[in-house]
Design a protein around this ligand. Structure first.
Ligand SMILES: *[C@@H]1O[C@H](CO)[C@@H](O)[C@H](O)[C@H]1NC(C)=O
Length: 522
C-alpha cells in the first residue's frame, strides 16, 4: 500500500490536471480495483473468493460457537497493562471456541442421506466484519479511519458472503456408523470411550474460522474439533462477552501497546511468554468446558452462551472421550500446543499426543518437556527457508532434535515436510484465493491436494494415539531424509518410484508429497 501510494505520488507532478484532482486515496483505490479486475480478466479468474468446498469424509459436519465465562475471571500476568486504558492486557474473562463434529452418516456414493433442508451456516468472517477489517489494517500498520473503511469494503466484497459449510446446532451423530463406512479404516477409534476430541490453537493474525476446512474434514471423519479463538492479542478482532459486562471488542495488539507499572515496555520475549501463558490458560479452560458438556452441563452452557447457540448440547452427556484428548496447533498455536504438553498429561491438560504444524520461528523457545507421541509437519517453505533460532541453531535442527529425543524416550514421533506447500496451506486462505496465495507464498501444490495431505496424516496420527496404536499410512514409512532436500521437491518424484511393492495402494505415490525426516520405523 505504501509503495503503491508513493509511486503514484511521484508520477503526479508532470501529468496533474488541477481540475481533475481527486483525493489521493481514491486514486489508490481506483488503481487497485482496476488492476485487480484486469488481472482477473486476463487470467480468467473469478473476481471474488471461491466458496469453501464441501467436506470429503463419510459424515456430515455440524458446528456450534461456544463462549463460556471463566469463573472467577482473572488476569494472566496482571502487571502487563494497556498504556491507553491502564486495564490488564491479559484478562481471562471468557473462553471462545467453535466445535466441529459429525452429525449424520452419509455415504458419499449416495447423497440421498444428506439433509435436504438448507441448514443455518456461520459466516466465514464473524459479525461485525468491520472489526476484523480493522484488525487486518492494524496488522498491516495502516490503522486509521480511512484504511479501516477501505479494508472493510474490500474484505466485504471479497469474502463477505463466504459461509462455512457446516450445519449450526445440528444434533451430534448418535453413534459412529460402522455398517456402511467408506472404508473399514474410516470408523474412528474409541467409540466405546466416547467421541475423540482434538483442541486446535491458531497462529498469529488468525481466528477460530481460519482453519474451518481442516477442522471440518476431521469432523467429517468422525472426530470432534474444538477450534479456539485466542484473546491474547493475536486475533485480528474478537469480541469478549463477559457476564454482566458490555461486549468488549479486542483488536490485535503488540508489546509496544502495553507496559509494566513502572512504565517500562516489556521486551518482545516477555510479551510472547505472557501470550503463551494466556493461551495455555485458554486451552485448560476449553478442556474444562468440554468436560462440563460431557458431565451433562450442556443446557446451562447453552442458555448462558452469549453466542446463542448450543441448544443440542443437552444430548452430549457422556458422549465425549474427555479423559484423553489431542492438542494441535499451527505456527504460534503449534508453539503453544507444544508448551501445553509440559509436565503432562495432567487432568487439566489431558493430551495424549500433539499435532504441530509449522511450529513458530519467532514465538518463543520450543518446549522440550514432552512424554507423549508427536507429529510435526512442516510446510515446504517452512523447511526450505532456513532461519536461526534461539541459541543460534537452525530452526529445522531444533525441531528435529525435539522429535528425535522424544522418540528416544519411547514415544512414537514423526517429523516431515509436506512438499509444494507454504505456511498458510493448512488454512482456508488458499481455498478462497488460490492464485493470490500461490503468488505471494510460493506454494506450488494444488490447494485441495495440499489440504488433503494434511488431513490424511493428521487422521492417521489421531488413530494411532486415540485408537489402536497402529502406524498406518504415511506413519508406517521410514525416514529417508534426515535433512530437508530441496532437490527432491514437489513434482520431482513420480508416482510409484521406490514404492513398488504397494503400487496402486492409497499411499503408493506419497513421495510426491512428503519428505520424512524422523519416524519410528527403522
Ligand atoms: C519494571 O518492571 C518489570 C516487571 O516487574 C521488571 O522486569 C523491569 O526490570 C522493571 N524495569 C525497571 C527499569 O525497573
Amino acid at each position: 500500500m505504501e509503495l503503491l501510494s508513493s509511486k503514484f505520488h511521484n508520477t503526479q507532478p508532470t501529468t496533474r490536471l488541477p481540475h481533475l484532482r481527486l483525493p489521493r486515496w481514491r486514486h489508490i483505490a481506483l488503481f487497485a480495483a482496476v488492476a485487480y479486475t484486469l488481472y482477473c480478466y486476463l487470467f480468467s479468474l473469478p473476481l471474488f473468493a471461491h466458496p469453501l468446498p464441501q467436506h470429503t469424509g463419510p459424515y456430515t459436519v455440524g458446528t456450534i460457537d461456544i463462549e463460556a465465562a471463566v469463573s472467577p475471571d482473572h488476569a494472566i500476568e496482571p502487571d502487563i497493562r494497556f498504556k491507553t486504558t491502564g486495564n490488564s492486557a491479559f484478562e481471562l474473562e471468557t473462553v471462545l471456541f467453535t466445535l466441529y463434529y459429525p452429525i449424520t452418516y452419509s455415504d458419499n456414493n449416495n447423497n440421498n442421506n444428506r439433509a435436504t433442508a438448507q441448514p443455518r451456516r456461520h459466516p466465514w468472517i464473524p459479525a461485525p466484519l468491520s472489526l476484523r477489517a480493522q484488525g487486518y489494517a492494524k496488522a498491516a500498520h495502516i490503522n486509521n479511519w480511512l484504511a479501516n473503511a477501505l479494508f472493510t469494503v474490500i474484505i466485504r466484497a471479497l469474502v463477505g458472503s463466504i459461509t462455512i459449510p457446516a450445519a449450526v446446532d445440528a444434533p451430534l451423530i448418535d453413534a459412529l456408523t460402522s455398517d456402511k463406512p467408506a472404508s473399514p479404516q474410516q470408523v474412528p477409534p474409541s467409540q466405546n470411550r466416547g467421541h475423540p476430541v482434538i483442541i486446535f490453537s491458531h497462529g498469529t493474525v488468525s481466528s477460530r474460522t481460519d482453519y474451518s476446512h481442516f477442522a471440518g474434514e476431521l469432523a467429517a471423519r468422525g472426530y470432534i474439533v474444538a477450534m479456539l479463538e485466542h484473546r491474547d492479542g493475536s486475533c485480528p478482532g474478537t469480541i469478549i462477552n463477559a457476564p454482566n459486562k458490555p461486549p468488549r471488542p479486542l483488536l490485535l495488539f503488540s508489546h509496544t501497546e502495553v507496559s509494566f507499572p513502572n512504565h517500562t515496555t516489556p521486551t518482545i520475549e516477555t510479551f510472547h511468554a505472557a501470550q503463551l501463558a494466556f493461551r495455555e490458560a485458554e486451552i485448560e479452560e476449553t478442556v474444562h468446558v468440554l468436560k462440563r458438556i460431557n458431565a451433562g452441563d450442556g443446557p446451562f452452557l447453552s442458555t448462558s452462551n452469549p453466542r446463542s447457540e448450543g441448544t443440542t448440547l443437552s444430548t452430549w452427556k457422556s458422549r465425549l472421550n474427555t479423559n484423553v484428548m489431542l492438542i494441535a496447533g499451527h505456527s504460534y498455536g503449534a508453539t503453544g500446543a507444544l508448551q501445553s504438553l509440559r509436565g503432562g498429561p495432567t487432568p487439566t491438560r489431558p493430551f495424549a499426543g500433539a499435532i504441530l504444524l509449522d511450529p513458530g520461528k519467532s514465538s518463543g523457545p520450543l518446549n522440550t518437556d514432552v512424554r507423549v507421541p508427536l507429529l510435526v509437519v512442516h510446510s515446504n517453505t517452512w523447511s526450505s527457508q532456513s532461519s536461526l533460532f534461539y541459541g543460534g541453531r537452525a530452526h529445522f535442527d531444533t525441531v528435529r532434535d525435539i522429535v528425535t529425543d522424544n522418540l528416544a524416550r519411547g514415544n512414537p514421533s514423526w517429523f516431515m515436510t509436506s512438499l509444494g506447500t507454504s505456511h498458510p496451506s493448512v488454512t482456508d486462505a488458499p481455498l478462497l484465493e488460490p492464485w493470490l496465495l500461490s503468488f505471494t507464498t510460493g506454494a506450488t501444490i494444488d490447494v485441495y491436494q495440499g489440504l488433503r495431505q494434511y488431513v490424511h496424516v493428521a487422521e492417521d496420527f489421531v488413530w494411532l494415539v486415540l485408537g489402536d496404536g497402529e502406524m498406518r499410512g504415511l506413519l508406517g514409512e521410514r525416514a529417508e531424509f534426515p535433512a530437508y532436500e530441496a532437490g527432491w521437491g514437489f513434482g520431482v518424484w513420480k508416482p510409484g518410484q521406490g514404492g513398488g511393492e504397494r503400487e496402486g495402494g492409497e499411499w503408493w505415490d506419497w513421495r510426491r508429497y512428503w519428505q520424512i525426516h524422523v519416524s519410528p520405523v527403522g
